[in-house]
Design a binder for this molecule. Structure first.
Ligand SMILES: [Fe+2]
Ligand SMILES: [Fe+2]
Length: 209
């Protein structure tokens, strides 16, 4: 592809990802097999806020993967990142679907998070494959922590959202392990602490808007 084609493809991905219109996925949502239960207004709002944060996290994951794949040093790692991004599309779509069922909308901040995550991913990719894969592992670790908290925080009656998050948690743990198995560096605690700070900013803002 020419540079212009590549820019158009990336722009199209960014628009579809951040606006919440990824469409068809490979796996059915784990929520689809669970009967709907009555939620109060307050519970519904809380669930929607939490699922909006998770959706925003998946938008960031997509952008990171795309940025990382763009600057990956080897074709092997680039392909691994593209395959992971494809698998993550399920998560985006499941969160979108659940937010919709809860009568809410995806975060208006998604485009900002997409652009900044893409840039961060491209930077990580340029630092070499070991750091690039290590970045995947550290990111997945952050996502797992949020998922753990959100599974706890969801209203008891919201079994559908909980089913989605439990499946995502399993997938993210696997993504983390395969990045480490493929040679990713286990990042030192200070680097992980900075990443926690950035992701806390994301969760605190996208819960509300
Ligand atoms: Fe994910
Ligand atoms: Fe993941």
């Amino acid at each position: 592809m020419s540079i212009i084609d590549q820019v158009i493809v990336e722009f199209d991905k960014a628009l579809r990802t951040s606006s919440g219109t990824v469409g068809q996925t490979r796996r059915l949502s784990p929520a689809s097999s669970i009967a709907d239960s009555e939620l109060s207004n307050i519970e519904q709002k809380k669930s929607a806020g939490l699922m909006r944060v998770n959706h925003c996290g998946e938008v960031c994951a997509q952008a990171l993967y795309q940025g990382q794949a763009l600057t990956a040093k080897s074709t092997r790692v680039e392909k691994q990142l593209q395959a992971a991004a494809d698998e993550e599309t399920d998560h985006l779509s499941w969160c979108e679907g659940r937010i919709d069922e809860l009568g809410s909308n995806v975060s208006v901040l998604n485009p900002i998070w997409y652009v900044s995550s893409f840039a961060l991913g491209a930077l990580a990719g340029s630092l070499g494959d070991r750091i690039n894969l290590g970045f995947v592992a550290a990111t997945e670790e952050q996502v797992c922590k949020h998922l753990e908290e959100h599974i706890e925080a969801l209203p008891d009656a919201d079994k559908k959202s909980r089913a989605v998050l439990l499946q995502m948690q399993q997938d993210e743990l696997r993504h983390k392990q395969s990045a480490l198995d493929a040679g990713g560096q286990d990042f030192p605690s200070p680097v992980k602490a900075v990443m926690t700070g950035i992701s806390t900013l994301m969760t605190k803002t996208s819960y509300w808007v």
